[in-house]
Design a protein around this ligand. Structure first.
Ligand SMILES: NC(=O)c1ccc[n+]([C@@H]2O[C@H](COP(=O)([O-])OP(=O)(O)OC[C@H]3O[C@@H](n4cnc5c(N)ncnc54)[C@H](OP(=O)(O)O)[C@@H]3O)[C@@H](O)[C@H]2O)c1
Length: 346
């Protein structure tokens, strides 16, 4: 929902920060950077927690992200290996940069089993929503979470119980905005209906998987369209398909251990069918525009209706800088036409 910038003559034109254009999150008043930062792989690899970046590299990435206006940072309590270490590394950075708190939008998630082993340490019960948020705040070393997302829905807990916990946390200013993740159209519709009926917090965003090469919102079809008609931001997770939508996995490139899709044994499955042909076409289009495949792909995603901030992970500063540039790319109409023949619109 756009606001009237001329309202009472007040200038509301905070469209960008450090050169990065911002967008509204759903129909809320919160503004977020078009390119954000996924921090799933932050942690302490020396403790074998599954992280790909330790504290030093993560700090370099966060320092540079702030300089580039990449200020929407997505994490989860479970990252990595259900340890909370991604939140801890971010918390270390935020603790050393208190003056930057308002410049960073911290988005985290809860819901998966965490912080203990009883049946009450997972799910979306009032008990687990409250305790998980307290634990995340401590790890993140902050007073409030900007966007709390339910990592997945919980069929065993009544939605009104979960939403009332969210409402209580909002009243205490421990969280500010609320979203879902891994949610189907029916889940979103149920949350919206109950929020309206009970005057409880509305969903601003939904973070789901989305593969523009194969059209797979396979697990949750129709969500992007639902978001477009309901004022919800769609945040596609793994927007670079874990690195596939970059220059590095193009046909003939040498990849091996150290490349994430090799490390995660996912390359063969992700490149089934005509995927390499599509990557060839993307590479040719990108080269013609002096862009990389990553920049072209992210710029394409950004112009889809309902698309929210993109949260590519970066394993180093070069990747971050490359990805950030996509936030300012406007693709020509004829390029979009070509891309629509390669990418599936959702
Ligand atoms: N809600 C959920 O259930 C859920 C699930 C998955 C992810 N997420 C969120 O989505 C974020 C992003 O997802 P993701 O990390 O799975 O995948 P991604 O952002 O699609 O891909 C990130 C990987 O691609 C490589 N990369 C990034 N930029 C590059 C560039 N410019 N050139 C070459 N390679 C580049 C890096 O691999 P290397 O390490 O090999 O360099 C990096 O680890 C996560 O951090 C997390 O916040 C959420």
């Amino acid at each position: 929902m756009a606001y009237d910038r001329r309202f009472y003559g007040i200038d509301f034109s905070f469209d960008a920060f450090h050169g990065m254009p911002y967008m509204q999150l759903g129909s809320s008043g919160l503004h977020v950077s078009r390119i954000g930062l996924g921090t799933w792989k932050f942690g302490y690899p020396e403790r074998q927690d599954g992280a790909r970046l330790g504290r030093d590299m993560a700090f370099q990435v966060m320092d540079r992200a702030l300089e580039l206006g990449v200020t929407f940072w997505d994490t989860a309590n479970r990252y990595n290996a259900s340890s909370g270490n991604s939140e801890r590394v971010i918390g270390e950075w935020l603790g050393e940069h208190r003056e930057e708190r308002r410049n960073i939008i911290v988005a985290t998630k809860m819901g998966g089993a965490m912080d203990g082993v009883t049946p009450n340490h997972g799910g979306l019960s009032r008990a687990n929503v409250l305790d998980s948020v307290y634990a995340s705040l401590e790890r993140l070393d902050i007073e409030y979470i900007d966007l709390l997302q339910f990592h997945r829905v919980d069929a065993q807990t009544p939605i009104e119980e979960s939403l009332e916990a969210i409402a209580d946390l909002r009243r205490q200013d421990l969280i500010r905005y609320f979203g879902l993740s891994n949610a189907a159209v029916e889940d979103l519709a149920a949350y919206q209906r109950i929020a309206r009926e009970w005057r409880l917090p509305m969903v601003c965003s939904v973070q789901n998987s989305f593969n523009p090469l194969t059209g797979a919102q396979a697990a949750q079809p129709g969500v992007l369209q639902h978001c477009a008609t309901n004022g919800i931001s769609f945040i596609p997770f793994s927007p670079l398909l874990r690195g596939l939508l970059t220059d590095r996995y193009l046909r003939g490139r040498k990849v091996g251990p150290g490349d994430r899709l090799v490390d995660e044994d996912a390359l063969a499955q992700l490149t089934e069918g005509d995927v390499y042909d599509k990557l060839d076409r993307l590479a040719a289009i990108a080269a013609g525009l002096d862009l990389t495949v990553a920049q072209l792909s992210l710029a394409y995603l950004l112009q889809l209706p309902a698309m929210g901030p993109l949260i590519p992970s970066a394993s180093n500063v070069d990747q971050l800088e490359e990805n950030a540039r996509a936030g300012t790319v406007e693709l020509p109409a004829e390029t979009l036409q070509e891309l629509r023949e390669i990418f599936v619109a959702g």
